[in-house]
Each structure stands twice: as structure tokens, then as C-alpha cells.
Design a protein around this ligand. Structure first.
Ligand code: ZN
Ligand code: ZN
Length: 358
């Protein structure tokens, strides 16, 4: 038996319970969790905004040490330090074989297979990983070895926030240094997007949030300007960008109102990237004429358009060279009982990432 934070039903609390992990299959890896970041998607899965089977152990931004591997697993061994990948690509489907592993058609499979039992109940792993626990069992392609020098606590952040936020900038938006980038919403992903813009050498990096206490955090992550999400936001952004608006806007909230606000801060012909994960009933409205006239491109960005197996080592290299500040993203720490409090801070718009240390 291992301790895990179990959410029994939609909207329910995350309670620390003893679960029994499923026996290790031939292609499974058993991981002892060191740390797990609390992501906004965990909140959306727990409240039913995103689809999820229950009871569930949430948590998908995890790191840990391999305890045991199935008979057919060769890529990792017991003792290896790893980061979890919540969208492990199959490497065989059309998308994987055409260079788009982040939208692999088989990557969501693990979340539909129970990974543990709670009494007589099957328990499902949140987005296939279930890292709000002392230990978990995942498919072998969901672990990425990280070597020995990076502390596992901060390495956990690579698994979702950093891959997603940095990747949206460096893999998809690809701004030139002389272009301006604006990031809307400064949770873990938004703060990582700021760092992605800094990595890309962008000179004008504008950060936007509803909460004034995000300003200092934003500057530490690379923002050259910090603006509050107020009604005259687009006018303020035009003032900072030669009257045009930003070349690239990244929406890291996943709400129709923020998407419209981000659209309004983008220049004519600019790029709007939707990074936040929203609900399907939250509709965004555009006029046919404005879509034509403003000539902007709008792109959804899943998991930072990354191939985690290749990008995690690259991000660790950036961390090693002092170009990626992972410590800056962490503003709170707690044990398995701290998840609902972390959701509360998230709802109130406070802080960056909370790390759960089981
Ligand atoms: Zn996430
Ligand atoms: Zn695939």
C-alpha cells in the first residue's frame, strides 16, 4: 500500500488514502515520486471541466526515482532519476511519424486504465500519471531520464509547466529577438512562457495578470514590462509596441475573456497562441470581418508542441547554463494533504507553482 491523494468524485476533495498499485506489467515502470507540481489542469480534471474517470489520483507534473521495471523495459533501470511525461507518444501513429508527437492519437490511453485499487474500487491515474502519491505505475514511454545533477524537486516542473510554456514560445511562436511577446496569465505555464521568450533573446517581453503581486515574479522570469489586466490593456500594450500591438501573444489561462483580451493586444498580422486549457462550454466570439481585417493567426498549442524525450534534456542544459530559472517558478511547498489549499491559491490568483512532496 502507498499513500496517495484520492479524489473520489467530481468536485470532491483530494483526501490522503492508502491505495494498492496494480502489479507491474511487462511494459510498466514503478516510480517513487519525489515531487509533483500542482497544475491548473489538475483543478480542471477534478472539477469535471476536463474529462476524467473517478476515483482519481491527480498530479501529472512529477519527478522521482525508478523502483522497478517490467520485463520488456530497457530504456530505464531501477535507481534512474526521471521526469514523468503525461502525453507519451506512441511513435507509430500518423502524427508521431509526421513530426507532431504532442498530438499523438494514442497518448491518452493510460488515463483510461486503472492503475490502483482503493478497497473494491478501481482508481485511475490523472492524465495517465497519478503523481500526487508516494509511488505510481506508468507506461515506460511516460518516463524521461534526467541524469544526476538536477534536483528532482525542481525537475518535476519540466514535465508540464516548463515544457508547455517554454515550448509554446520556442517551438511554435518562434519570435525573433526584435519582435515583442506578451504573455497573458502568470501561473506556472505563463511564467515559463516568459522564460521561453527570454531564452529566445526577445527584448520586449510584456507580462499580464489580474493580480498585482505577480509583478516581481514576472520580472524574475524575464518580463521587461508588467501590466494589470484592466479595460485599457490593449491601449497600454500599443503604447509599448510602437502603436501596433504585440507581434506574439500567448494566452496561458484558457478562458474566453482572456483569449479576447489577448487577441486585442496582438498587432495586425500578429500571432495569437492559445496555451491555456479551457472548457468546451466557454465560447469565444469573433466577427467575420475582424478575422479577415486583422489578419492574425490563431493557433492552439498542445503541450508546448514538444517532443519531451528530446526537449527535456535541452531544457536541463538551459538550466545548467543558468538560462532557465526553475526555482523562480516555485512559490509554495506542501505534502499530499496540501493539494486543495494549492487549488484555493490558484483560484485566487496567488503565487506560482506549489510543489507537493509526498
Ligand atoms: Zn499540467
Ligand atoms: Zn502516436
Amino acid at each position: 500500500m502507498v499513500k496517495a491523494a484520492v479524489c473520489l468524485e467530481v468536485g470532491g476533495p483530494n483526501e490522503v488514502r492508502d491505495i494498492t498499485l496494480r502489479p507491474l506489467g511487462p511494459t510498466d515502470v514503478h516510480v517513487k515520486i519525489t515531487a509533483s507540481g500542482v497544475c491548473h489542469s489538475d483543478l480542471s480534471l477534478g472539477t469535471g471541466v476536463l474529462k476524467q474517470s473517478f476515483p482519481v489520483v491527480l498530479g501529472h507534473e512529477g519527478s522521482g526515482t525508478v523502483l522497478a521495471v517490467g520485463s520488456e523495459v530497457s530504456q530505464v533501470s531501477p535507481g534512474d532519476r526521471v521526469v514523468l511525461n503525461w502525453a507519451p507518444p506512441c511513435r507509430t501513429c500518423w502524427f508521431c511519424t509526421h513530426g507532431e508527437p504532442w498530438i499523438c492519437e494514442n497518448s491518452a490511453g493510460a488515463s483510461r486504465v486503472p492503475h490502483a485499487r482503493l478497497g473494491d474500487l478501481d482508481v485511475y491515474p490523472g492524465i495517465g500519471t497519478g503523481s500526487f502519491a508516494e509511488e505510481t505505475v506508468v507506461p515506460a514511454n511516460a518516463v524521461i531520464p534526467v541524469g544526476d545533477d538536477i534536483p528532482l524537486e525542481i525537475a518535476a516542473l519540466l514535465g508540464c509547466a516548463v515544457l508547455t510554456g517554454v515550448g509554446a514560445v520556442t517551438n511554435l511562436a518562434k519570435p525573433r529577438p526584435d519582435e515583442s511577446v506578451i504573455v497573458h496569465g502568470l501561473g506556472g505555464v505563463g511564467l515559463s512562457a516568459l522564460q521561453g521568450a527570454r531564452l529566445a533573446g526577445v527584448e520586449t517581453i510584456i507580462a499580464v495578470d489580474v493580480s498585482p503581486d505577480k509583478g516581481e515574479l514576472a520580472r524574475r522570469c524575464g518580463a521587461t514590462e508588467f501590466l494589470l489586466a484592466t479595460d485599457d490593456l490593449s491601449a497600454q500594450v500599443r503604447e509599448l509596441t510602437g502603436g501596433r500591438g504585440a507581434d506574439v501573444a500567448l494566452e496561458c489561462v484558457g478562458r474566453s475573456a482572456t483569449i479576447r483580451a489577448a487577441w486585442g493586444t496582438t498587432r495586425r498580422g500578429g500571432r495569437l497562441v492559445i496555451v491555456g486549457v479551457g472548457g468546451n462550454d466557454d465560447r469565444v466570439d469573433w466577427g467575420a470581418l475582424e478575422l479577415f481585417y486583422f489578419a492574425r493567426s490563431i493557433t492552439g498549442c498542445v503541450y508546448g508542441c514538444t517532443d519531451p524525450d528530446a526537449d527535456v534534456p535541452r531544457l536541463i542544459e538551459a538550466w545548467r547554463n543558468g538560462k532557465l530559472d526553475l526555482d523562480a517558478l516555485v512559490t509554495d511547498r506542501g505534502d499530499l494533504s496540501a493539494i486543495d489549499a494549492a487549488f484555493g491559491r490558484m483560484r485566487a490568483g496567488h503565487g506560482g507553482r506549489t510543489l507537493v512532496l509526498p
